[in-house]
Design a protein around this ligand. Structure first.
Ligand code: ADP
Ligand code: XUL
Length: 520
């Protein structure tokens, strides 16, 4: 039987798994379990807990752990040969943080109990602030001031301070719940928390996800002492070590061996963020390629050899699993904004696509600024949907307006990268929708390529597991070899631009509307 590699993805709305057989270059298993559906007792909506303040967005970390049990149980009962798994890695929604009183139990989990039973009482904070949280403006300003302002914070940590980044979130926790902070022995990211469960010990944070914390020195890739001190006292012993994303933590936690029959020699790798993993899952291993992920958030990213930060402070520099840098811009009003429009007009996705087909590119000048949730880029803390020359009841006009707004915003706010893409690779749940991709192609004026696997983060994690396993077992291999025939666009899948000129004009109006909406 072939060697198998498992990639997991703990995203905002679901836990997914992809298993690859590298000999045949095939994905042999691909599943996604939606938290709201499989674990309704946590009461989440789209994976997050309801809160009266739209700026506060948390999820329960126990839910992510319980989903792991559900997933492994499903794989075992579906007859997946977990005994052939050689290495496991994973991907987590970025920035979210998990707070533990102790990690002693991790190496000693009782397989006759569930993960929930095993982990009961270990959290010093029952809920985790996630990337959608925007409640830390004050803490962002405090840290940024100590580090010398926007540009020096960005050149120190890869980004200026952002509300969702882990450092400002930790500072808010320390300021508002000092006793619980003092009671915290370990602060983890979603990725390193899940890796710690899989490895049975406190996992390092990889450089890719570490760069999303405002705590890592982006040049030297070690904790940035001044940023750490500006965040909270006595933070150094609460943070784990930082490591390259190819680091093997050890063998898989015996819990998964005894309970589900996972190969006892399977290597547990560090995890990374969903966006760095997607770089590998999309084969973005050369500079100049750009990808757009249409997941819960929409992200625009690409690899970069030298570290160049955004002077306007909207974009980020992270570290790619290849060791190069990657640039990223994150738009919070992605799939959930498209869904809000779709649902308010009583449509399914087919109806939404028909609405896009029935309206002309440029939407006769109708414009929406879809800030259904507080927005990251541009920074909008109070959610508000603005419409210009657009009637709220105009079903087709609103469907086209939300997608055009998202694509024009990506074009405007990625200009600092200094390269207009010649091809865009697309991933995430909405990348199956050809009408949305047509708008993307027209606004960006470049061809869009689709992939067979829409979860590039889980695929990237599986490929990282294979890369690390082969390179530590004497079968040296390159990223080019790993991605060949599997992390490549579907041949012939291209969506070419057709009507582009209209957007060169409309984008000027859109930019003006954006300024008005931002009160500038
Ligand atoms: P995440 O990984 O952030 O949890 P996914 O990449 O799995 O998110 O994407 C989930 C989203 O994909 C859903 O919120 C849904 O809005 C969107 N989606 C699924 N199918 C379609 C479709 N046919 N057209 C547009 N969007 C879709
Ligand atoms: C990236 C970001 C989101 C999350 C969730 O900075 O906040 O893309 O990683 O997908």
């Amino acid at each position: 039987m072939s060697d198998l590699y498992l990639g997991l993805d703990a995203s905002t709305q679901s836990l997914s798994a992809i298993i690859i057989d590298l000999d045949t270059r095939k994905v042999v298993y691909d599943i996604s379990l939606n938290y709201d559906e499989i674990l309704p007792h946590y009461g989440t909506k789209n994976g997050v807990l309801d809160h009266p303040d739209p700026q506060i967005v948390h999820s329960p970390p126990l839910m992510w752990a319980e989903a792991l049990d559900v997933l492994f149980d499903k794989m075992r009962t579906e007859g997946i040969t977990l005994g052939n798994i050689r290495a496991i890695s994973g991907s987590g929604q970025q920035h979210g943080s998990v707070y533990l009183k102790t990690a002693d139990t991790l190496s000693n989990l009782n397989p006759s109990k569930t993960l929930v039973e095993n982990l009961s009482g270990i959290f010093s904070r029952d809920t985790s602030p996630i990337w959608m949280d925007s409640s830390t403006r004050a803490e962002c300003d405090e840290i940024c001031d100590v580090l010398g302002g926007l540009q020096s914070t960005a050149s120190a940590t890869g980004s200026t301070t952002f509300e969702r980044f882990t450092g400002p979130q930790i500072r808010k926790f320390y300021k508002t719940q000092p006793d619980a902070y003092n009671n915290t022995a370990h602060i983890m990211l979603v990725s390193s928390f899940m890796a710690s469960l899989i490895a049975g010990k406190v996992a390092p944070i990889d450089h890719g996800d570490g760069a999303g914390m405002n705590l890592m020195d982006i040049q030297t890739r070690i904790w940035h002492a001044a940023a750490r001190d500006a965040t909270a006292p006595d933070l150094s012993h609460r943070l784990p070590s930082l490591a390259e994303s190819r680091t093997i933590i050890g063998n898989v936690n015996p819990y998964f061996v005894d309970k589900y029959g996972v190969n006892p020699n399977a290597q547990a790798l560090v995890w990374s963020g969903d966006n760095p993993n997607s770089v590998i899952g999309l084969g973005l291993i050369r500079e100049g390629l750009v990808a757009i992920s249409l997941g819960t958030s929409d992200t625009y990213f690409g690899t970069m050899k030298n570290c160049q930060t955004d002077p306007r402070g909207e974009g980020h520099v992270f570290v790619s699993p290849t060791g190069d840098y990657m640039t990223l811009i994150c738009f919070k009003n992605g799939s959930l904004a498209r869904e809000a429009v779709r649902k308010s007009h009583g449509l399914d996705w087919d109806g939404f696509s028909q609405a896009l087909q029935s309206t002309p590119p440029g939407n006769d000048g109708k414009i929406m600024l879809p800030y259904f949730e507080p927005e990251i880029v541009p920074n909008v803390l109070k959610p508000c949907v603005h419409r210009f020359d657009l009637d709220e009841q105009d079903t087709a006009g609103n469907c086209r307006a939300v997608v055009e707004a998202q694509m024009m915003s990506m074009r405007i706010h990625s200009e600092w990268m200094g390269v207009r893409p010649s091809a865009i690779y697309v991933t995430g749940g909405a990348s199956v929708n050809p009408e949305i991709l047509q708008v993307m192609a027209d606004v960006q004026n470049c061809p869009i390529y689709q992939f067979e696997v829409t979860n590039s983060a889980a695929l990237g994690a599986a490929l990282r597991a294979a890369h690390a396993h082969l390179n530590t077992s004497g079968q040296n291999t390159t990223w080019e070899n790993i991605s060949k025939g599997i992390a490549e666009p579907i041949s012939g899948s291209v969506v070419n631009p057709t009507k582009t000129a209209v957007y060169d004009e409309l984008i000027k109006k859109f930019a003006e509307c954006e300024q008005i909406a931002l009160g500038k």
